[in-house]
Design a protein around this ligand. Sequence first.
Ligand code: MLT
Length: 334
Amino acid sequence: MTFKALKGAMVAALLATTALPVSAKEFRVAVGDGAGGTQEALGLAFVEALEAKTGGAHTAKLFLNGQLGDEQDTVSAAATGTLDFSILAINNITPFSPSVGTLTLPYVILSLEDAENITQGEIGQQMVDKTVEDAGVRIIGWAYSGFRVLTNSKHPVTTVADLQDLVVRVPKNEIMIETYKSWGINPTPMAWGETFAALQQKVVDGQDNPYMTVYAMKFDEVQKYVTNIRYIFSIEPLIVSESLFQSLSAEEQQQVLDAGHEATLASGAFLRAEEAKIKSELAARGMEISDPADGEQEFIDLATAKVWPKFYDTIGGKEVLNGVLTALGRPTVE
Ligand code: MLT
């Protein structure tokens, strides 16, 4: 190579180097669950879309298994700007932004389609705005994780009577606590990060979470019996610190929102493709699965009659629930 050619190559190399984005940044994403579940799937799809949309200027790294803090703590961390993103169950956002509690009222969201319809529509956008206002975090994506089934280590449960001798862990979420009370037991509110150990040490007998989460957290190692209750369809938002979001340019904000939307669509596809396989895998590992007796009617009647009215004020009024029911084509409450 002549000197001139070498100089040309060096200038080209230098230009290529300086053309790399100087502000390239790796964001940190807290993920409450372990590998293999819907939270990780949403996170991976988000990282891929973010890199593609920003031409590699921005990327993100997932920290699984609550490495960056318990789910509820990550909301405060993101609000104060010490954490960039978090993926967590909606029930762990409710204490900071009560209006999203409408999505954790028992037997409101009755299918994946209901969950997609509400979160991706006008009501979902209102909840995003309210959460920014109340909690200082912005929901930019939604993972769909399936119904929270009940698991326990003692015996099969098919009726409300079967529940009565069980100590059941619930998140620190008033709606879920009241739901178990409506079924006649006092549940044990406990942070997510403590749950596996508590089940293992038999401090509690059971808990509820979707099949995808039971699998990602290896709960089959410490739980034997599953009951297919359908009181909450688990929705798990991807949140970004609002102060981080506001520090981005308009173009970057749009890239983050678009990446979140792509990840949301991927999440629905992931659940549709994987849930039945995961359920069979858990059965193959020895979990015994039962359906509630009488189409779950006893559970439904108690929870809707006793729990819904208690939370009208908290969620922003009965009309908020009626807005969701109307959007789902269901009868409203008087
Ligand atoms: C909980 O039970 O606290 C959550 O559903 C855990 C999760 O994020 O999977």
